[in-house]
Design a protein around this ligand. Structure first.
Ligand code: BJW
Length: 237
């Protein structure tokens, strides 16, 4: 791989697996306990808000109890040391990239530590339960939902993401199954605009055949190795 000037990294649940947060589509994945259509759609929230709030209350508590792992730390090191353009697009709703020290992070599927008021549109940092119907700190309405992008909703900041993908000379996908769109299509968009594409995953994914290169192994090993490789090359260019 040559020296790169413009990198887009996409992360998925696999990067947080070694921090103890379950992935979605593993055998012991979240959807075995809660069917996706019972919790991650606006229709489910309208039908049974308590079920959805309870599910995300548990996820919020799990995130607060988790800590970043060496893969998050390596991306934070890349963010600090890489003087080219970098965007870390995460599908994850945890804050482990930020807690590891990364700044150039975009949460396309929202954040579990954020609550969104459907009455006044304000967003608030939220670490407590939403199940007991707390009022919005801004307007007082009882209308807070998890600030999460559910199936059928538009992921956040897509214009920014596609613009970055169009400029990228390297696209790296870490720990995502390639099962959920539009994120699953980013590799083709980046490749179409001339980027080299690299996948880091524990096992081959639905989209592996779309990448120039796939490296298999745990993110806690593959990501630090890859970051060292990139920083070594950018220092030597
Ligand atoms: C390791 C590891 C280790 C493990 N080291 N690796 C038919 C065709 C095409 C599309 C559609 C369709 N019908 C409907 C759609 C659209 C729909 C969709 O994609 N559905 C699919 C099921 C087909 N998408 C949407 O509705 C999205 N919105 C949308 O499309 O709007 C319109 C639009 C159009 C065009 C442009 C823009 C917009 C919204 C999707 C919202 C997704 N929401 C969720 C839940 C909410 C968040 C939450 O509760 O956390 O987001 S679903 C869930 O899946 C979550 C994740 O972010 C997302 C992706 O999962 P991820 O991260 O890939 O996890 P896993 O478990 O699948 O994979 C883990 C991977 O890690 C595996 O590969 C392991 O091998 C690996 N791994 N341990 C390295 N230690």
């Amino acid at each position: 791989m040559g020296a790169f000037r413009n990198i887009v990294v996409l992360t998925g649940a696999g990067i947080s697996a070694e921090s103890g947060l379950k992935t979605f589509r593993a055998e012991d994945g979240l959807w075995e306990e809660h069917r996706v259509e019972d919790v991650a759609t606006p229709e489910a929230f309208a039908r049974d808000p308590a079920l959805v709030q309870r599910f995300y209350d548990l996820r919020r508590a799990g995130v607060l109890a988790a800590a970043p792992n060496p893969a998050h730390a390596a991306l934070a090191r890349l963010d600090r040391a890489f003087d080219g353009e970098l965007l870390i697009v995460t599908q994850n709703i945890d804050d482990l990239h930020e807690r590891a020290g990364a700044a150039r992070v975009l949460h396309m599927h929202g954040e579990v530590l954020s609550a969104w008021c459907l009455a006044c549109d304000a967003r608030h940092r939220w670490e407590r339960s939403l199940l007991d119907s707390p009022p919005c700190p801004a307007c007082g309405a009882v209308a807070l939902r998890p600030d999460i992008v559910w199936f059928g909703e538009m992921p956040y900041r897509m214009d920014e993401i596609f613009a970055a993908l169009g400029r990228a000379d390297l696209f790296v996908s870490i720990g995502t199954s390639g099962a959920v769109y539009p994120a699953a299509g980013f590799v083709q968009h980046a490749a179409h605009h001339g980027a080299r594409t690299l996948e880091l995953n524990l096992e081959r994914s639905a989209g592996s055949h779309l990448f120039d290169e796939t490296r298999l192994g745990p993110a806690s090993v593959l990501v630090p190795d890859w970051v060292e490789e990139v920083l070594g090359r950018s220092a030597g260019r």
